[in-house]
Design a binder for this molecule. Structure first.
Ligand code: FE
Length: 344
């Protein structure tokens, strides 16, 4: 019943005064968000936004592909104003499916460095997710590591753990390599790289880190926030495993370490455009960026805010400044290369 009240007020004001403007001023401001980001990793920030602005945020969480399908099925009637995903590839996909629209506010889009937003302004990065090499501290000297490409060398035969090729993080990593070196070079690399696998890909990034700690392999490729999550875990076994593993930033001598984004798109169906822009702007302010990055163990998309103390310990690194839109454009090529290499 509470939710209906503003409508009654609005209708009453309209009948009494005949002024439609009385309606809009009584209608609570709101913005509707479909989020592939877990609720606990975004909700506290949305609550702060509501407290600061009076704009109510209605949050629907789910898997990215399911949310994209839902947007498609709902079409123009969709209540969603914003879509949040945890990788650029899916934002690209949503745009290709014509489920997004240009964010018509250059002051907002210019808050985000060019590499981390759609060239046509359909979506913006909210945080950066680095995918470095992780190694067994007791068995691997960081001097023996250099690039993603070098993980295909004979030296690493039977020593590499990485998750399956149907995972979009790996698809994006391979897409970034294709952008850098071309498809033929990456095709050759992928074959040698797969030959170096210690086991058939199984599990998520945490499982690769655990396998390194357990001695099943010596190096893995994983996103840093998984290692951070394990280091700060209440589960002692997980914490202990993470302590056996350290981060190596690959490709510092050339293009930099691969990064992906979590990002936000304006949906094609958006009706609360002004409120949606306000929320996007809010999420890009230094305070929100610091909270978002620290809470999730990611990196801010803007310069300035400090990262989590444990991330600070792994030091600064050069990031690949490839426009993350290319990760979407090259996704199909990446999947084909991985497939042909036998990366399951
Ligand atoms: Fe993840």
């Amino acid at each position: 019943m509470m939710q209906l009240r503003p409508l009654y007020l609005c209708l009453g004001a309209f009948l009494m005064t005949g002024l439609l403007s009385a309606c809009s001023s009584d209608t609570p401001q709101q913005v509707n968000v479909y989020s592939a980001r877990k609720a606990e990793l975004i909700e506290p920030l949305l609550k702060r936004f509501t407290a600061d602005t009076g704009i109510q945020v209605n949050l629907v969480t789910g898997k990215a592909d399911a949310l994209i399908q839902r947007l498609k099925a709902e079409g123009r009637a969709s209540p969603a104003d914003l879509l949040i995903t945890v990788d650029a590839g899916r934002l690209y996909r949503a745009k290709q499916m014509q489920l997004t629209q240009t964010i018509e506010q250059t002051a907002l889009t210019s808050l985000v460095p060019g590499a981390y937003r759609d060239p046509e302004g359909h979506w913006l990065g909210l945080s950066l997710r680095a995918r470095p090499i992780m190694y067994a501290r007791d068995r691997v000297s960081p001097d023996s590591l250099s690039t993603y490409e070098a993980l295909a060398d004979e030296h690493w035969h039977g020593r590499v753990c990485i998750r399956s090729s149907n995972n979009i993080y790996n698809q994006s990593l391979v897409a970034s390599m294709i952008a850098a070196s071309g498809i033929d070079a990456v095709e050759q690399w992928a074959g040698d790289f797969v030959d170096n696998f210690a086991r058939n890909p199984v599990g998520g990034d945490r499982d690769q880190i655990k396998a390194v700690a357990a001695g099943q392999c010596d190096v893995a490729v994983a996103n840093t926030y998984y290692l951070l999550g394990m280091l700060t875990s209440a589960n002692q076994a997980e914490k202990h495993a993470a302590q056996q593993v350290s981060v190596f930033w690959p490709n510092q001598g050339n293009r930099g370490t691969h990064v992906n984004i979590s990002g936000i798109a304006m949906t094609q169906s958006a009706k609360n455009i002004e409120q949606a822009q306000q929320l996007m702007t809010y999420l890009l302010q230094p305070e929100a960026q610091a909270w978002y990055a620290q809470k999730n163990g990611e990196y801010p998309v803007i310069e300035g805010p400090e990262v989590h103390p444990l991330l600070q310990r792994w030091g600064n690194f050069k990031k690949d400044n490839l426009n993350v839109n290319r990760l979407g454009e090259l996704n199909t090529a990446a999947v084909q290369v991985m497939d042909r290499a036998g990366w399951r």
